[in-house]
Design a protein around this ligand. Structure first.
Ligand code: RB5
Length: 147
């Protein structure tokens, strides 16, 4: 699978480990930055990965900031995107099965590298169930059209 990854300065080392892991699983990874430890603004990277998904450049996304929250909030402002913050693998599986999330987000100050690898594995290896969950996902996305 082709996966986009984005992060802020708090997550450089964790990103490196996650990218290595994803590649070892056979995925192609596109790194949308940031690339240095210089303090930066996480919305920029959340938006970049979200837009890459909408444009069809990548199929799924991984976003990492200190908590995973700020960068996911930014991604969710892009029309069509469902980004979910997950700190453990069960939720990572369920946001694919029930919510058809295209982006998983987590915090470099919250999860360690081994847990992060389990989270991305569940996320990448789980398919959307559809059916009644499609109806609910459609309802979520219709909210974007009511502004
Ligand atoms: C940066 O210090 C921090 O605010 C950011 O990584 C993230 O946790 C925001 O949600």
């Amino acid at each position: 699978m082709k996966i986009g990854i984005g992060n802020d300065h708090s997550a450089l080392e964790l990103k490196r480990e996650v990218v290595e892991h994803l590649k070892a699983q056979g995925h192609e990874v596109v790194d949308y930055g940031t690339y240095t430890s210089e303090s930066c603004n996480y919305p920029e990277y959340g938006e970049k990965v979200a837009r890459a998904i909408v444009a069809g450049e990548v199929e799924r996304g991984v976003l990492i900031c200190g908590t995973g929250v700020g960068i996911s909030l930014a991604a969710n402002k892009v029309k069509g995107i469902r980004a979910a913050v997950c700190s453990e693998p069960y939720t990572a599986r369920m946001v694919r099965k029930h919510n058809d999330a295209q982006i998983i987000a987590f915090g470099a100050r919250v999860v360690g590298a081994e847990l992060a690898k389990m989270i991305v594995d569940e996320f990448m290896n789980t398919e959307f169930e559809g059916g009644r969950h499609q109806t609910r996902v459609n309802m979520i996305m219709e909210i974007e059209n009511r502004d």
